[in-house]
Design a protein around this ligand. Structure first.
Ligand code: NAP
Length: 496
């Protein structure tokens, strides 16, 4: 039976857009991109909270083959990212092949017909030769089950579901969470509300943000002489790479480098917060890099304002008009802002049920064994399946470095498939096991295993305590391997 599509891509964020561009380049033009939300852009469509901006410099946070000379700041605001996603989707003629408000329930490998059967909520099924999951890592919002939260009489807003119509002026608000989202949100909310209490469980490392508007003249140069923007990108990427490789991945060999980053963050805190007690409360007691550090010049100073309070007692329960902490103190509020992040490891690996060859369920396989994926993209027993949001795929830097490495991997794999005149591929057990061993080995030198991350509560770690999210190699190595991996690491041809 001939499948309806060459490929089904799930997710219309930057990963899915990149996959679409690569599929087109490979001549697999008959594909559909299914998207749960009502528009494209992934994270940059869903997140619209005040203060949203990219935290990797914009020259780097874009496809290398599609530079954008129009960024207005060194760290562009979220709306510009959304606009950029729309521009790329239109330029590469992808929008017409996207189906929005389409929730994928599951996908199953049909061994007889050698294709994937994708089930959409409502019961419709689609068939495709290839399946690409591009559902991202941070796409399943998390609301902690605080006792009594359902009784809260005021307004509750999760940062992934921002209600721009809701006026914060004069409110008594609480923000729960102090991750990267809260670091951007808190200073903005503080400008509007009468009272703000920030509930912190774990403090976060914050370093200064070297941000500024990009003058029109510079943008014009980027536009007229693209090589200049390319050079800026190279410099920025090299700096980030050094920070990641030396400070995080080679922590064991280069502890002083990591300590310098922590000292910089501490000096930043010291310079910005006057009250010693608040300063102490805002100081992390885990190593720099255990969880994603953030950049801000305004987060710490917000706590100097008289109407802003930091609450570090743990939340006991929620009442209709407030939050009660374990010490019995009630903070009366009318607005509850949840910056509580995402659930990665329970519900997002994978984001929908995927059943491969011999009835193997991907989620169960990962949970019963170890989270793993060859080169962070393919898994044995899952033929013709590319999982962009895999364990050990994300570089931890600009997500575009990961997407583009995966696009290169796809290019090499499909070129070999076509050369052999075959239509199915599957990574071998041996290649997958070897890759997992290599990543595990490399993690031994990283801050994740060599440093003190015990109190970090970092989503880099899964439920087994393994730091299985980030790929512990340089992005240069990831890109090199994407174009040189042994072709025999895959089997080609009908899979039985
Ligand atoms: P997050 O880093 O997971 O932070 C969630 C926060 O909620 C943490 O402070 C967490 O505390 C807190 N929390 C969760 N459950 C709680 C509970 N039961 N009681 C009290 N506090 C609780 O999520 P995020 O801030 O949304 O950021 C996620 C990632 O998104 C970032 O690391 C970054 O990669 C990305 N991001 C990027 C940008 C950007 O590029 N501009 C902006 C925002 C986010 P614990 O730490 O104690 O668990």
């Amino acid at each position: 039976m001939v499948p309806q599509f060459d490929a089904v891509v799930v997710g219309a964020g930057f990963g899915g857009i990149g996959a679409g561009i690569e599929l087109d380049r490979l001549g697999l033009r008959d594909f559909v991109i299914l998207e749960r939300e009502d528009d494209l852009g992934g994270t940059w469509h869903v997140n619209r909270y005040p203060g949203l901006a990219v935290d990797i410099a914009s020259v780097t946070y874009s496809y290398s083959f599609e530079p954008n000379p129009h960024w207005t700041r060194l760290f562009a605001p979220g709306a510009e990212l959304k606009k950029y996603a729309e521009h790329v989707a239109d330029k590469y003629d992808l929008r017409g092949r996207m189906r929005f408000s389409t929730v994928v329930d599951g996908a199953r490998w049909d061994a007889e017909n050698q294709h994937w059967v994708v089930t959409i909520a409502g019961g419709e099924t689609l068939t495709a030769r290839y399946l690409v999951a591009a559902t991202g890592f941070l796409s399943q919002p998390y609301t902690p089950p605080f006792p009594g939260i359902e009784s809260f009489a005021g307004k509750i807003i999760h940062t992934t579901d921002w209600d721009a119509e809701y006026d914060l002026t004069g409110r008594r608000a609480a923000v729960i969470g102090t991750g990267a989202t809260a670091v951007q949100l808190v200073p903005e909310v503080a400008k509007q509300v009468d009272e703000l209490t920030v509930f912190q469980r774990t403090p976060i490392w914050v370093v200064p943000k070297i941000d500024a508007p990009i003058p029109g003249a510079v943008r014009a140069v980027f536009d007229k002489v693209p090589l200049t923007q390319k050079a800026a990108r190279l410099v920025n990427t090299a700096m980030l790479e050094a920070l990641m490789v030396v400070g995080v991945l080679h922590y064991k060999q280069a502890k002083p480098f990591n300590r310098v980053a922590a000292a910089l963050a501490k000096a930043h805190l010291f310079a910005q917060v006057r009250d010693p007690r608040t300063r102490e409360q805002l100081t992390p007691h885990y190593d720099f890099g255990c969880k994603r550090p953030t950049f801000s010049n305004t987060y710490f100073t917000t706590f100097n304002q008289p109407h802003v309070r930091l609450e570090t007692n743990s939340i006991d329960h929620v009442e209709p008009d407030g939050i009660v902490t374990a010490d019995g103190h009630k903070t009366e509020i009318d607005t509850l802002l949840l910056a509580t992040g995402f659930n990665l490891w329970d519900v997002n690996f994978p984001a929908f049920e995927i059943v491969g060859r011999d009835g193997v369920n991907l989620g169960k396989f990962w949970r019963d064994n170890r989270f793993q994926a060859y080169e962070g993209i393919t898994v044995p027993k899952f033929p013709n399946f590319l999982c962009l949001n895999s364990p050990y795929s994300y570089s931890g830097l600009s997500y575009f470095t990961t997407i583009e490495a995966q696009m290169k991997h796809m290019g090499r794999l499909f070129a070999e498939l076509f050369r052999r005149g075959e239509r199915t591929f599957e990574v071998t057990d041996a290649a997958n096991a070897q890759f997992l061993d290599r990543m595990t080995d490399r993690l031994g030198s990283s801050v994740f295993y060599g440093g003190d991350c015990s109190t970090a509560r970092s989503y880099y770690f899964n439920q087994h305590g393994e730091a299985a999210l980030l790929r512990p190699t340089s992005t240069a190595a990831a890109h090199r391997e994407a174009v040189t991996f042994p072709l025999d690491d895959y089997t080609y041809g009908p899979v039985t």
